[in-house]
Design a protein around this ligand. Sequence first.
Ligand SMILES: Nc1nc2c(ncn2[C@@H]2O[C@H](COP(=O)(O)OP(=O)(O)OP(=O)(O)O)[C@@H](O)[C@H]2O)c(=O)[nH]1
Ligand SMILES: [Mg+2]
Length: 259
Amino acid sequence: MKQILLIGNPNCGKTTLFNRITGLNQKTSNLPGTTVEAYKGKIKIQGEDYQIIDLPGIYSLFSNTEYEQVVNKYLLGHSAGKPNLVVFVLDASNLRRNLLLYSQVAELGIPSAGILTMTDTANRRNITTNISHISKELGIPINGVNPRKDKNITSVLDIIKEAKTPKQLSTNPGFKERLELSLSGKKVKGSSEETLRRYADIDSVIKRLNDGNGIRLHFNTAKIDRCHPSCLGIGHISAHYASSFSRGFFIGRSSNGMD
Ligand SMILES: Nc1nc2c(ncn2[C@@H]2O[C@H](COP(=O)(O)OP(=O)(O)OP(=O)(O)O)[C@@H](O)[C@H]2O)c(=O)[nH]1
Ligand SMILES: [Mg+2]
């Protein structure tokens, strides 16, 4: 049976989506780190059976916790054979941070499809996203789904059928070997430098999306007059990025995005 891995940052809605499409009832919560092991389920797409595996949420494949190890093992085929497909869940309210993990998974070249969740949360923070622009940048089909509310799972199944080999957002020679090495539990030399390089490549993507209206932070001057940027839900952006903020360039930077 073909194997699909459900991958993404913590708390982006993977298990809610998994439950929705498999009919199972695994634990979900709005606390990061809810899924600590791989949940397995079965789905049928156009008459074909697939095993879908809901993995723990992580920010980067490089780290020493058991969660990254679980995800690494599945991605590299050490747990259940080589995966056929990846469904990457992207949180629309934190796209930049999500793209770090995405860029690493994309570099493995597994055919992928994307599900953009949390567009409602993003909208509340005055961020809108244009799915077709994001899909073009990443080179994979993407559908926007709110797995908490949307009962119709057809759009999820349809997009899985259209999975494509992702564009590489960042190229890092020796990446796969370093990933294999990280399975030994040792801190991999050079992974922090690699993360910084990846963020530089991701910022080019974010800038193109921003310039082409793929992501837009709507300035509500009345609110801005009254509030600090944290009122717009982007208060976690470091001062380093204040100039980007003033250009209306959305970036969801968080210290959790670094390994
Ligand atoms: N507002 C909103 N909430 C959502 C959406 N999708 C999921 N949620 C909620 O987000 C919370 C986290 O969902 P989970 O499915 O547990 O997230 P997860 O990605 O599996 O989290 P980890 O297992 O920790 O990696 C739950 O309270 C869901 O109901 C969405 O599109 N919008
Ligand atoms: Mg989960």
